[in-house]
Design a protein around this ligand. Structure first.
Ligand code: F0G
Length: 438
C-alpha cells in the first residue's frame, strides 16, 4: 500500500507511463495477463523435475508432445516467448513487399512483419471498432475485405493470413468456428496459408462454447483442437493461456518451414530443443497447456473478468462490450470526451487510476498503435485502458476495489487533463515513452 502523495510522485517520475512504475509501488497489478499467472501445484512439482540437458532434454519432448496432442500441430520450435516465435516465422515467410492480412494487429506481431519488409492489412469486421456493438464474435474476419486485398495485390504477395484468437487489441474478442471455416475455404481456393496467433485460444474456445450454435456440450479441449485444425501453423506466447511465467513456441504443419525454423532458432533463441527456455519452463508449459483446457478453469477465469465488467457497468463506466476474455477495456474516448486523441486520453486515464488506488493498468490506444513505416501516427478508433486480469491471482474483493477506484476517477473525470509525449522510443513506444501533464 502507498499513500496518495507517494503515488503522485511515482507516476510523475515514471513519465506517466505505467510500464515505468516500480512493481513495489503497485497495489493491484492489472498491467498484463502475460507471465503474471499463478502456477498450480502440479506445475510447480513438474518444474522441480526439469531436465536441464543442453540437447534433447526430456522436458522438451514433454512440451512437444502436449502441443501435438492438444493443438494438433506437427512440428514445434520452442522460443523464449511469443515475439521470439514471431521473429522466426516472419523471417521465414515474409519477403519485402508482401502483404499480411490479419483480423487485427498486435504490437509485436505487426512489428516483426514490418521488420521483414511486409505490410499488415487489417480485415476484421467493422463491429470490432465499435465499443458498443454487441456482436458475439468481434474477432471475425470480413471476407470481403480479404478478397479486395487478394484482388488488388494477388495471392502470391500474401504469404499468409494472420489470425489471432480472442483478439487482444479488440478487447479480448473471439472469432467463431463458422468464420474460421469460411476463411479456410477461401484460403484453400487461393492457396494462402493461415497462421494462428494462439496466445489466448482456450479463452476463445470458451466463448465458442457459450455462444456458437452446436458447441454448448463440446469440451473446450475439443474446440481448441478444431480451431487449430483450420490453420497451418501458429505462434504462441505461453505466458497467457498456458499459465506460465515465461515461454512460447512456433508450430507448423509444413516440413520446409520447420526445417528453416529449426535452423534460425539456433541463431536467435537457442538449440531447437530448448529455444531460450530452461527445462523446468518447458515442464511447466506442458502441464499449463493441459490445465488451460479445463472447462471449470476457463469458466472461473472468464467469470471473474465478467464480474469486474458488471461492477463497472453498475457504476456506468463506459467499457467495451461484450465483456472480453482477459480483461476489461475502458473506453477512454467516452470517459474523457473533452480530450482529443493527440492528448492521449487512455494514457492519462491509466495514470489517474493508478494515482487513485495504486491499481496499475495500461494504455491500448494511440500510443500502443505507434507509427506507420512512413513515420505518421496510426489513429486507432479504439482508445482504451486495459484492466488485464492475471489468471488465478486475485480475489473477488480485489475486483470490487478496482471497480470502486474507477468510479472515483469517473466522478472527477471533467477535471482530468491530457498529456504530451516528451520521449518516444523507435520501436513499440508504449513500453518506454514518457509524458508530461498538459
Ligand atoms: N500475440 C498476442 C496476441 C499477445 O497478446 C502477445 C503479448 C504476443 C503475441 C507477444 O507475446 O509477450 O510472449 O512476446 N501480449 C502481452 C500483453 C505483452 O500484455 O498483451 P510475448
Amino acid at each position: 500500500m502507498t499513500s496518495l502523495n507517494e503515488r503522485k510522485k511515482a507516476i510523475k517520475d515514471a513519465g506517466f507511463n505505467t510500464f515505468l512504475l516500480k512493481a513495489e509501488d503497485v497495489y493491484i497489478d492489472l498491467l498484463t495477463d502475460s507471465g503474471t499467472n499463478a502456477m498450480s501445484d502440479r506445475q510447480w512439482s513438474a518444474f522441480m523435475t526439469g531436465d536441464e540437458a543442453y540437447a534433447g532434454s526430456k522436458s522438451y519432448y514433454l512440451m512437444e508432445n502436449a502441443i501435438q496432442k492438444y493443438y494438433g500441430y506437427k512440428y514445434v520450435i520452442p522460443t523464449h516467448q511469443g515475439r521470439g516465435a514471431e521473429n522466426i516465422l516472419s523471417r521465414i515467410l515474409i519477403k519485402p513487399g508482401d502483404i499480411i492480412p490479419g483480423n487485427m494487429y498486435f504490437t509485436t506481431t505487426r512489428l516483426h512483419q514490418e521488420l521483414s519488409g511486409g505490410t499488415f492489412a487489417e480485415i476484421i469486421i467493422d463491429e470490432a471498432h465499435d465499443p458498443l456493438s454487441l456482436h458475439p464474435f468481434k474477432g471475425n474476419v470480413d471476407l470481403n475485405k480479404l478478397d479486395e486485398i487478394v484482388k488488388k495485390h494477388g495471392a502470391k504477395k500474401i504469404p499468409y493470413v494472420s489470425i489471432a484468437t480472442n483478439v487482444n487489441m479488440a478487447g479480448g474478442q473471439p472469432i467463431s468456428i463458422a468464420n474460421l471455416k469460411a476463411l479456410r475455404e477461401y484460403c484453400d481456393i487461393h492457396q494462402i496459408r493461415i497462421i494462428h496467433d494462439m496466445t489466448r485460444v482456450a479463452e476463445n474456445a470458451y466463448f465458442i462454447q457459450q455462444r456458437e450454435e452446436g458447441y454448448k456440450k463440446v469440451p473446450i479441449k475439443d474446440i481448441v483442437k478444431e480451431i487449430c485444425s483450420y490453420t497451418d501453423g501458429a505462434t504462441m506466447s505461453a505466458k497467457k493461456d498456458a499459465l506460465v511465467n515465461i515461454g512460447g513456441f512456433m508450430a507448423t504443419n509444413e516440413w520446409d518451414v520447420y526445417e528453416e525454423a529449426r535452423n534460425l532458432v539456433v541463431v536467435y533463441e537457442g538449440l531447437h530443443t530448448y529455444g531460450g527456455l530452461a527445462g523446468r519452463d518447458m515442464e511447466a508449459i506442458a502441464v499449463g497447456i493441459k490445465e488451460s483446457l479445463d472447462d471449470n478453469h476457463q469458466s472461473a477465469r472468464i467469470g471473474q473478468v465478467e464480474y469486474l465488467g458488471q461492477q463497472m457497468m453498475n457504476y456506468n463506466i463506459p467499457i467495451v462490450r461484450p465483456i472480453g476474455g482477459h480483461g476489461i477495456f475502458v473506453d477512454a474516448k467516452a470517459f474523457l470526451p473533452h480530450l482529443t486523441q493527440d492528448q492521449f486520453p487512455a494514457q492519462s486515464l491509466a495514470a489517474e487510476v493508478y494515482i487513485d488506488s495504486g491499481v496499475r493498468t495500461m494504455e491500448r490506444g494511440i500510443v500502443s498503435a505507434g507509427r506507420k513505416p512512413d513515420g505518421s501516427n496510426y489513429y486507432p478508433n479504439l482508445e482504451l485502458v486495459r484492466f488485464t486480469i492475471p489468471r488465478r491471482v486475485y480475489t473477488q474483493a480485489h475486483m470490487d476495489v478496482i471497480a470502486e477506484s474507477v468510479a472515483n476517477v469517473y466522478d472527477r473525470r471533467h477535471k482530468i487533463k491530457g498529456l504530451k509525449m516528451v520521449y518516444e522510443p523507435k520501436y513499440l513506444r508504449f513500453f518506454q515513452a514518457k509524458f508530461e501533464k498538459l
